[in-house]
Design a protein around this ligand. Sequence first.
Ligand code: AMP
Length: 193
Amino acid sequence: MRLILLGPPGAGKGTQAQRLVTKHGIVQLSTGDMLRAAVAAGTPVGLKAKAVMESGGLVSDEIVIGIIRDRIAEPDAAKGFILDGFPRTVAQAEALEAMLTEQKLKLDAVIELEVDQNALVGRIVHRAEEAKAAGQPVRKDDDPEVFKTRLAAYNRDTAAVTPFYAAKGQLKKVDGMKPITEVAGAIDAILGG
Ligand code: AMP
């Protein structure tokens, strides 16, 4: 099974992706997680991405497309994957399509979590508080000011990815404002249970 989860930062893509990983035995490919790992490891990609990520901007298409190209080729991705946080631009969506066509692979679904953007800052603040309470590191970009920049980047560059898939008849929408279990149920219904 190969899926894309779309939606603005804080929409719940990561939460739903983790559940689908367990349910379907596929891997979650989060470009955000991969970039954070690169930053933590101080790799050349991490060094290039660090400042952009901390400011809430988008890392270059070239970098993230390269990361996904390599990751999709790993053996554990052969059974299927969920893309979470990629594609974030139409150029990334086009590059992904070319990669999949080249490997004769098809997407099973593209699911957008539709949310009220006004509620998202509150969710992000909550996520930061939860991480802190659990003794986990708090993401530097889970800060209300940086979050505004992330949302602006979404509206400027990523919102156009949704019509890209809608035009291909691949887009399904789910109400991401519902409780996590209901969102999960709606996703499962799309995926056939
Ligand atoms: P996320 O964990 O998906 O919210 O991503 C955190 C940050 O990583 C984003 O704010 C961007 O700076 C960067 N990032 C993650 N995925 C992408 C992508 N597909 N394209 C560009 N930048 C990305």
